[in-house]
Design a binder for this molecule. Structure first.
Ligand code: G3H
Ligand code: 13P
Ligand code: ZN
Length: 311
């Protein structure tokens, strides 16, 4: 099946009260781990690549791997640019086979965010591609950019209608207390999300798909495995699964996950290499890593996002 946009997926997800998983991909094992889980559960899925992923794996390899996965599984799969930093990067992805792009103008002044986002939307829509914009800034780490929690700001519901109508975006990422990376809350801090903001956004934009970034849950068993086999990860707290379920039942149609995949992969690799010190064939240690990614993604689809059997 050819790659699809997120248009139809989001419409069904909004109406059905579930969300589509959007997973970051950087190499073949990650693409396969995710899409094997999606195939097993007959779920639509979004595979997304950051600017860093394009730098690491190269645009052409990523597109070819995601297209191969869509062909092999026959599932509706969208290929999305995650956190597009500028017009040129978005254009290069639109011209080069992506079906969806995010333009992340969230750190710009409001009017500049609108102008940049609209420029990307105009180009994308002429080329059959959809666009995600962002209002509000998340704390955390993306590539080399670190936004600490004091500099992060929640989305202002009073701005969302103006932003969406003036830019023409197809979906909107909002900041309600999630953040990027494995350390979303300070040790001992109780995880909290501003569902009041999500509700207010939903009321301003009825039927419009909302996106949640920074939504990894951080599996404590995987952190324990990493540390048992030589890692030194400090205590990490993610977004509780019941909060993600609640968001998915509301206007959130796309939930972004990267850190959970990184942590699973690292846990499986550390365990395998420590338990099998003589192994040096990458297929031996990448197989458990790919299997654990599959397990993590299957759990999200079935238990957390509710997208099983929605393909
Ligand atoms: O939100 C950011 C994603 O986790 C991608 O991270 O820019 O390090 O590839 P990256
Ligand atoms: P996590 O770091 O919580 O996995 O968030 C990923 C993300 O938002 C990608 O855009
Ligand atoms: Zn993000």
């Amino acid at each position: 099946m050819p790659l699809v946009t997120t248009k139809e997926m989001f419409k069904k997800a909004y109406e059905g009260g579930y969300a589509i998983g959007a997973f970051n991909v950087n190499n073949m094992e990650i693409v396969q781990g995710i899409t094997r889980a999606a195939k097993k559960l007959n779920a639509p899925v979004i595979l997304q690549c950051s600017a860093g992923a394009r730098k690491y794996a190269s645009h052409d390899y990523l597109v070819a791997m995601v297209k191969a996965a869509a062909e092999e599984t026959g599932l509706p799969i969208a290929l999305h640019l995650d956190h597009g930093p500028d017009f040129e990067t978005c254009k290069s992805c639109i011209d080069g086979g992506f079906t969806s792009v995010m333009i992340d103008g969230s750190s710009l002044p409001y009017e500049e965010n609108i102008a940049l986002t609209k420029k990307v939307v105009d180009y994308a829509h002429e080329h059959g591609c959809v666009v995600e914009g962002e209002l509000g800034t998340l704390a955390g780490v993306e590539d080399d950019v670190q936004v600490d929690s004091d500099a992060a700001s929640y989305t202002r519901p009073e701005e969302v209608f103006d932003f969406v109508s003036r830019t023409g975006v197809d979906s909107l990422a909002i900041a309600i207390g999630t953040s990027h990376g494995a350390y979303k809350f300070k040790p001992g801090q109780k995880p909290q999300l501003r569902f009041d903001i999500l509700k207010a956004v939903e009321e301003k934009l009825p039927g419009f798909p909302i996106v949640l970034h920074g939504a990894s849950s951080v599996n404590q068993e995987h952190i324990k495995l990493i540390n048992k086999f030589g890692g030194e990860m400090p205590d990490a707290i993610g977004i509780p699964e019941e909060m993600l379920r609640k968001a998915a039942s509301m206007a959130v149609c796309k939930i972004n996950v990267d850190s959970d995949i990184r942590i699973a992969m690292t846990a499986a690799l550390r365990k395998h290499l420590t338990e099998n010190p003589t192994h040096f064939d990458p297929r031996q240690y990448l197989t458990p890593a790919r299997n654990l990614i599959e397990e993590v993604v299957a759990h999200k689809i079935e238990v957390v996002f509710g997208s099983k059997d929605k393909a």
